[in-house]
Every structure is written in C-alpha cells, then in structure tokens.
Write a protein that binds this ligand. Sequence first.
Ligand SMILES: C[S@@+](CC[C@H](N)C(=O)[O-])C[C@H]1O[C@@H](n2cnc3c(N)ncnc32)[C@H](O)[C@@H]1O
Length: 281
Amino acid sequence: MTEVAESRDLKLTHEDFERVRRLIHERAGIALALHKKEMVYSRLARRLRTLGLNQFRAYLDLLDGHPDSTEWEHFVNALTTNLTSFFREAHHFPILADHVRAQSGNIKVWCCAASTGEEPWSLAMTLTEALGSKAQSARIVATDIDTKALATAAAGIYPIAQIEKLSMEQRKRFFMRGVGSRSGVARVNPALSAMVEYQQLNLLEARWNVEGPFDAIFCRNIMIYFDKPTQKRILERFAPLLKPNGLLFAGHSENFTYLTDAFRLQGHTVYGLSSGPGSRS
Ligand SMILES: C[S@@+](CC[C@H](N)C(=O)[O-])C[C@H]1O[C@@H](n2cnc3c(N)ncnc32)[C@H](O)[C@@H]1O
C-alpha cells in the first residue's frame, strides 16, 4: 500500500492546504504550487501520525503563532525538495576549475543549497583536481535550510550506484568503499571532508552566518522555488559577498539577468558582478 493510501483517514481541506502554503512561504520563501497538494498530504500525514494528531488543522495550529516550536524544523524538512546528484549540470565544474586556477590566495566557495551533499562534494573534488596540494587551504561552506538533508551530507555516505557516474579515478581517489555489511555504500575520504563545512542557513533569514568574500557562490536549483521579489533580494545580498571577479552559478532553468543589475551573464548560467573587472560601467 502506498503512504498516500494509508493515510486517507486524514483530510487535508482546501483551507488547510492554503495555510500550509502560507506558512512555508513565510518561513522558507518556498512558493508551493497548487498541484503540490498530494505531495503536501503524504509528507505531512507522516508527521501527524508521529505526533498522534488526527486533524491537519490541529497540526497547523501547533505551528501558526508558535514561531519557536521545534516542529518547524520537521515541517520545513518535510516540504523541501532535495533532488540533486554528483556533478549535476556538469559544464559548471570545468569553469570553476579554470577560475580557481587563475586565482592567488586561498579559495573559498559557498554552496547555498547543498541538499544531501552531492554538490559540495563535487565542488571539493573539482578544487582538489584543479589546485593539487593548494586545495588543502581551500574552503567550501555548504548550507541548506533542511537539517535532515544536511545530516546526510555531512555523513558523506552514499549508495555505490550514486557514485557510478564518477570516473574510476575519482571513485578511487575520493571515496572509500564499505566492506562486509557496508559493501553497498561508499564514504567520502577524510581529505575531502576536511575541505567542506556544513551548517544550516535559511536564505530568508535577515542575517546569514557565512563569511565572504567568496571566489564563487553556487546557488543552483533553489531560486525556482522562490517568488521574484525573494529571488531579487537574495541576489542583491550575494553581490557584496563575492570577490570582485567572483562567479555566481545558477541552475539550468534559472535566469537572473532581468531580476537585478548587480550581475551580468558571463557564460551559460554563470554570472559575474556588474561592477567587477570587465564590466563596462
Ligand atoms: C532541488 S535542491 C538543489 C540542490 C543542489 N543545489 C543542486 O542543484 O543539485 C533545493 C535545495 O534548496 C533547499 N532550500 C529550500 N528553501 C531554502 C531556503 N529558504 N534556504 C536555504 N535552502 C533552502 C532545500 O532544502 C533543497 O535541499
């Protein structure tokens, strides 16, 4: 039986769903589409069961008006979409490699929607391959709102099938294969782990607990969940966190050109600062 069918004793009314949409928008900036009702139903029904509640309204009352409730963490974790993979949108990684090779000084990258870690680990592999021993002083700050995804990311353990698209050399160099009962999984090696620091960060928060300036910011496949004013606000806060020639990487369906003058398109879904080197102003 599917989880949806199992939970049919609960009813998510139109009013409940609208409340969910308002709450997740206020808390995480996520603009939940109307066709997501089924997803909301199945993911939150699980929380209601765990808490022994039999009405969505009671659950939403628990959140509404209680901004410090620990249930918020579960609510947000349940409604985020964590889809990702190693070297997703692969054309970005050679661009980053060329960029960091051309820099002097320690490299610092921010991955602001790190999800379950495949993206920051791909960044760490890229920096190691590009910088050799200099990569030891490179830092990747990897953040996400979803604490459960971050725990998976920090553990750095993945099913073998997930790392199969990496080259044989990368698998050998950057992963340790489990043995015995762990033979189906691989773990990132300590040298890679040492480069990445994971922490929770909600991009909607007034204060971001990250310290720039960064050589690159990866903000991929997250802006699509936000409305335009939120996207604009976030982009304008990225600008002062980048080094003058720093790069901002966007997801394949995200176009920042018309949102703000702070960035100019520099390559396929890669942006530089409008006020940075090479700009005409
Ligand atoms: C689809 S994943 C993208 C993962 C990765 N960047 C990639 O492109 O493969 C979107 C991520 O954004 C995170 N997210 C959603 N709202 C957020 C917010 N307000 N602040 C920070 N992260 C958020 C989700 O938890 C999720 O892990």
